[in-house]
Design a protein. Structure first.
Length: 449
């Protein structure tokens, strides 16, 4: 049951076909074999997971059940798990053990999950890939010479390669949706503030939150419900008002990605949804996102600059140096603009139920080789490959990336976006579209038997 859904797995546990302890032993042996090639984990939590699996096995024997009872999940290495390191993708924190669980882990633990390990990530979550100085970047299971994206790259790798049933990442600028798109998975960015991580790591706080990375929308529903302390039952979608943006802000999109996204839109049309023309008011996101992220980095980690420069990644050094030069007036203007930006989106979502864009502009690229041009058009190294995620963090919206096809053997994603607080509609339409797409993961699963 390597690639089973959460429901299929808990059904097997409940009927006695399999026990959580047996399944964990299988996954442990699998990780022993595959991790040298994949590098999904920053650390594996063997003793903790073994105790959790034993407790779940005993609970099933007593007739207890639960949506996540005994389910093996990985968590990004920015969430605190008592007794395990919280490495944050940084040499400076690689041996720092957490004394208590942060809110995300507490909820997973209370739901009976088995936490298999802490997953590889960009240093302090400050990149859209997963390079750090702790070792080689996690490898995309579809092609190990390519990035899985980031900053929750290891989380996506662990799910795509069958090392965990699902994972929890965090998304401050696309860090759940980007690796989900690159690895052929479902990634949900909840509405801003919906899912708390009490006493957790702070970065991109105005825009970030935990979110599930899964193989299906159904699994994402279950995990989102645990993270948000609520239930998201599936319901009939009905006819929704949808606005489609094949290339927001006129940004270039790889021809294969554009074709795959167009195919997904065609399926939505066939399902009877109403398509509306509407402007997408995303101009100005960079002028808001940049100053507010830099201001928090300066507050949280500015003291590292000049003292630990040789132990920081190139991108974190650049971030801290930029933060040190930031003018207070730029921060104040960004805070004002953020309020206006979210007001613009509130007006838009008064007219439409969902927006559709590509999740990423390109398929996964080779490690360390961010594209500098797409379709002959030059793009910036920072956001050129993935310019369609951050605007919706700034908007505080709910969003999901779904795999919608293969381009040269690599998965690409379509992004659906809903108004803050409208996860129900987002998930219902996403699940309907997922069933119509019927994305085939057999190729990647054959690579990792």
């Amino acid at each position: 049951m390597t690639f089973s859904s959460i429901t299929a797995l808990t059904t097997a546990f409940r009927t006695g076909e399999l026990s959580p302890a047996e399944h964990l032993r299988f996954l442990t042996e699998r990780a022993d074999r595959l991790e040298p090639q994949l590098r999904a984990y920053a650390c594996r939590t063997g003793e903790i997971a073994t105790e959790q699996a034993r407790a779940a096995t005993e609970a099933y024997r007593r007739g207890e059940t639960g949506e996540l009872l005994g389910v093996p999940l990985s968590v990004k290495d920015c969430f605190h798990l008592a007794g395990a390191p919280t490495g944050l993708g940084s040499l400076l924190h690689k041996d720092a053990r957490a004394l208590t669980d942060s809110g995300v882990v507490r909820r997973l633990r209370e739901a009976g999950a088995v936490i298999t390990g802490k997953t590889n990530m960009a240093e302090f979550g400050q990149a859209a890939t997963s390079e750090n100085l702790l070792g080689p970047e996690a490898a995309n299971p579809w092609d190990t010479e390519r990035t899985p994206g980031g900053s929750s790259g290891g989380s996506a790798v662990s799910v795509a390669a069958g090392l965990a049933t699902a994972s929890i990442g965090s998304d401050g600028g696309g860090s759940v949706r980007i690796p989900s798109a690159f690895c052929g998975l479902v990634g949900v960015k909840p509405s801003q503030g919906l899912c708390a991580d009490e006493n957790g790591f702070r970065a991109m706080t105005p825009f970030s939150g935990p979110g599930p990375i899964t193989s299906s929308v159904a699994d994402a529903r279950l995990l989102l419900g645990v993270l948000a302390d609520r239930v998201y039952p599936r319901s009939a979608t009905g006819r929704k008002r949808i606005a489609v943006f094949p290339a927001p802000q006129g940004r270039p999109v790889h021809e294969g990605v554009a074709k795959a996204v167009h195919g997904a839109v065609t399926l939505l049309e066939q399902q009877g949804h109403e398509f509306l023309e509407s402007p997408l008011p995303i101009e100005g996101w960079a002028e808001i996102f940049g100053p507010l992220v830099l201001a928090e980095e300066h507050q949280e980690r500015g003291h590292l600059l000049g003292t630990f420069d040789d132990r920081l990644t190139r991108y974190e050094l650049a971030t801290l140096r930029g933060a040190a030069r930031l003018e207070p007036a730029a921060v104040a203007e960004a805070e004002r603009a953020l309020r206006e930006y979210r007001s613009r989106f509130a007006e838009l979502f008064g007219e439409v139920d969902l927006l559709v864009t590509p999740s990423v502009a390109v398929p996964a690229f080779p490690h360390g080789q961010r594209p500098r041009s797409i379709g002959g058009t030059e793009v910036d190294a920072l956001w050129g490959a993935y310019p369609f995620s951050v605007p919706f963090n700034v908007a505080g919206a709910a969003a999901v990336s779904l795999p919608c096809g293969l381009v040269e053997g690599l998965p690409v994603g379509v992004q659906l976006v809903a108004a803050p607080g409208n996860e129900t509609v987002l998930l219902d339409v996403a699940e309907e579209l997922e069933e119509a797409i019927a994305f085939d993961r057999s190729a990647v699963r054959a690579l990792w038997p």
